[in-house]
Design a protein around this ligand. Structure first.
Ligand SMILES: Cc1cc2nc3c(=O)[nH]c(=O)nc-3n(C[C@H](O)[C@H](O)[C@H](O)COP(=O)(O)O)c2cc1C
Length: 185
């Protein structure tokens, strides 16, 4: 699919600083992209740079976006990346305690093709609540780039900085674009 519109939701993990890689990848394939950030992610991204690239405000909540529509624009695909342990657990439970989580709940519920790219260490990934969250989201039709079959594994605790440069932004975009075609978005 060319010319789609991508909604990116960024959570508070190190690779958030590199979200411009995903925006540029989308632009190279003639997609437009906008970014929503969780409150914890905002301090990790260069907001001005992201807004210059996307031509749209970075959304964090309703109040901080004067003049911007409350409702989300239609999206052909949603990528949640990097997705934290915290947010993945919340998304699976259907929690909507901030603008990003509410948006995600609406987009997944609205059948928008969704790809989640976790950035978690092996200790967090071993927790039963996290494993249940991943299973639950997959059962809902969400594509989660996690595990050997997906080519993206949790990293050992303390090695996140080293792993950050390997974050699979391009794979995330390709997967989302394929999902958008498959589901006729
Ligand atoms: C610099 C920094 C890096 C972090 N990296 C990670 C990470 O790689 N994975 C993760 O799950 N949480 C990480 N955290 C912790 C999350 O930011 C924290 O759990 C936060 O509550 C997540 O909020 P959010 O899910 O709403 O973005 C990091 C925190 C900071 C300050």
């Amino acid at each position: 699919m060319t010319g789609g519109h991508l909604q990116i939701i960024v959570c508070g993990a190190g690779p958030a600083a590199d979200v411009t890689t995903l925006i540029n990848t989308a632009h190279e394939q003639s997609w437009t992209a906008v970014v929503t950030a969780t409150p914890h992610a905002v301090s990790l991204i260069d907001v001005a740079d992201v807004e210059r690239l996307t031509g749209a405000p970075v959304r964090t909540d309703y109040r901080k976006s004067p003049g911007v529509r409350r409702s989300l624009p239609a999206a052909d695909a949603l990528i949640i990346a990097p997705a934290t342990y915290n947010s993945i657990n919340k998304i699976a439970l259907g929690l909507a305690d901030n603008y990003a989580m509410t948006s995600i709940a609406e987009l997944i519920g609205g059948q928008v093709p969704t790809v989640i790219v976790p950035f978690v260490n092996t200790a967090l990934a071993a927790r039963l609540p996290f494993r249940r969250a991943v299973t639950s989201l997959r059962d809902e039709g969400v594509h989660i780039l996690l595990g050997s079959a997906e080519g993206w594994e949790p990293h050992p605790p303390g090695s996140g900085n080293d792993r950050q440069s390997e974050f699979p932004w391009v794979t995330a975009f390709k997967t989302a674009a394929e999902q958008a075609v498959r589901y006729g978005a």
